[in-house]
Ligand binder design. Sequence first.
Ligand code: PEP
Length: 249
Amino acid sequence: MTPLLVANWKMHGDKDFVARFARAWRAPPGVDVVICPSWGYLDCAVSAFAGRGVRFGVQTTASEPSGAFTGENAAEMARDLGAAFAVVGHSERRQMFGETDAVVAKKFRAAGRAGLTPILCVGENRTERLAGNAEQVVRGQLDAVARAAGPDALRDAVIAYEPVWAIGTGETATPAQAQSMHAAIRGALPNGGRAARVLYGGSVKAANAARIFAEPDVDGALVGGASLDANEFAAICLAAMASPSATGA
Ligand code: PEP
């Protein structure tokens, strides 16, 4: 399976950053790359990477297609601006913006309605992991979307397993922890998750990427902090290209 690398630039960057990144970063062949700039720079990123085979995503969307929702941006607008993906249910949205499983499910449906591929983020916090409930929590997050959007909506989904305790902390899940959760996620998806891509997210860097990508159920990564550095992100893409699942080794 072709590995998928998603760069989540969060609320960082400006026009100059986008231009410099596009000049400095080169995508290796054999990987799919999605860049998720902040909404305001989507148009600018689409122009800066034109002809480079990169696709684009937004970090969140509204759940409605249009209307009196001051400050919101619809999935349809993202599509119009050149996005093909939408991150849904990122833990920062869940924690800081009060997005419940029900809201996440609505946004997942909104992305699909607009023709975007949702990248559904799931993951447990530290307390939940220490209590031994990690799988149950992740399963609940998947079920909430399956109930609202129908189980088939997850058949060829992109799921990002992002343990909350590993996001932006420098602490990564061990390859074994990632593999065990990815296998559980895949097993919970229709058709054994054969058509789905399950990404890992949480402090992925050039230095740890190869070990994580060596796991059989890791189909790529959602990269936050390290995706802001063109060389670091290029090295992560290279590690994915050389992974056993990409090379068929
Ligand atoms: C993220 O933003 O989804 C993420 C995984 O961030 P980081 O790579 O910085 O942990």
